[in-house]
Write a protein that binds this ligand. Structure first.
Ligand code: CP
Length: 309
């Protein structure tokens, strides 16, 4: 069984295959009738143990636009509260003849653990601080669309790198596609060995990173993953690492602004930057549906399981 557990497992060719397939689905999504019967007779369950707006709706739309039957499961309100384990929960759902699982979990490695115990494809919709592969794919796809390619582009990933699965998946994806990556944020929110381990540049100076880059992918501070906050205060963070229109206008060039959402407006990104013409935040969300259609299709038996991972 092939899964999509992380970008780390993918080859550059896999990513390009996903993009080429997403191009075709994006074209379908522009038509008056946005559905194709590609995954008719396939049942997909979206198992969410952690909150989500974009990823969950995007997967459900992607599945429905491929003609799949869709079941949604939230841990809240389920028998997880009575002590049922992850494996028991998923095996019970699978016994009702489900063909694929999309899973989000707060524990890093949860989908990898599950993949060892079940024999249907699993798509990781975000696991703890580990990976969020479809987010990285839609981010790189959006850069490719906006700038005509990813190879050689300079991308600054800004903010809470330490707790961000989006940062890690983006670094893997962008480096595999030949982009240069700089991470920027407070020293306490950037892992010490990141630069050497993942071949990225590190700076703690936001202006320096923004002057260097073509694209800034701005991340939220993940307060829910910090027992003790690793920065002084949101106000101080915003003063040093917040991006606003005045800062963007003071740069030596116009850069593209991205954010995976949800935005903490006025903290990492002001409204006058998030809603500006330089922002492609809503295009990222739009592209998420085509990317997820492509990933689901390629992992399914209909797609010939074309991914190597
Ligand atoms: N980008 C992202 O994962 O957003 P959600 O948490 O709302 O799904």
């Amino acid at each position: 069984v092939k899964h999509l557990l992380g970008i780390r497992d993918l080859k550059r060719q896999d990513i390009e295959t996903i993009f080429q397939t997403a191009d075709q689905f994006k074209e379908v999504l522009q038509r008056p009738i946005k559905k194709v019967p590609t995954l008719r007779d396939t049942t997909i369950v979206n198992v969410f143990f952690e909150n989500s707006t974009r990823t969950r709706i995007s997967f459900e739309l992607a599945e429905k636009r491929l003609g799949a039957d869709v079941v949604n499961f939230s841990a809240s309100g389920s028998s997880v509260s009575k002590g049922e384990t992850l494996i028991d929960t998923v095996n019970n759902i699978l016994s009702m003849k489900v063909d694929m699982v999309v899973m989000r979990h707060s524990a890093s490695g949860a989908p990898h653990f599950l993949a060892k115990h079940i024999d249907v494809p699993i798509v990781n919709a975000g696991d703890g601080i580990n990976e969020h592969p479809t987010q990285a794919l839609l981010d790189a796809f959006s850069i490719r669309e906006k700038l005509g390619g990813v190879e050689g582009k300079k991308v600054a990933i800004c903010g809470d790198i330490m707790h961000s699965r989006v940062a890690l998946s983006n670094i893997y994806c962008l480096r595999k596609l030949g982009a240069e990556v700089t991470v920027v944020g407070p020293p306490t929110l950037i892992p010490k060995h990141l630069a050497a381990a993942l071949d990225v540049n590190v700076t703690y100076n936001l202006r320096e990173a923004l002057e260097w880059c073509d694209v800034a992918n701005v991340l939220r501070i993940q307060l829910e993953r910090q027992n003790t906050p690793l920065f002084s205060s949101l106000r101080e963070y915003s003063l040093v690492y917040g991006i606003n229109r005045a800062l963007l206008e003071s740069l030596n060039k116009e850069i593209v602004i991205m954010h995976p959402g949800p935005i903490n407006r006025g903290v990492e990104l002001s409204s006058d930057a998030a809603d500006s013409g330089q922002s492609i935040i809503l295009q990222q969300v739009e592209n998420g549906v085509a990317i997820r259609m492509a990933a689901l299709y390629l992992l399914s038996s209909r797609g010939g399981k074309k991914l190597e991972a």
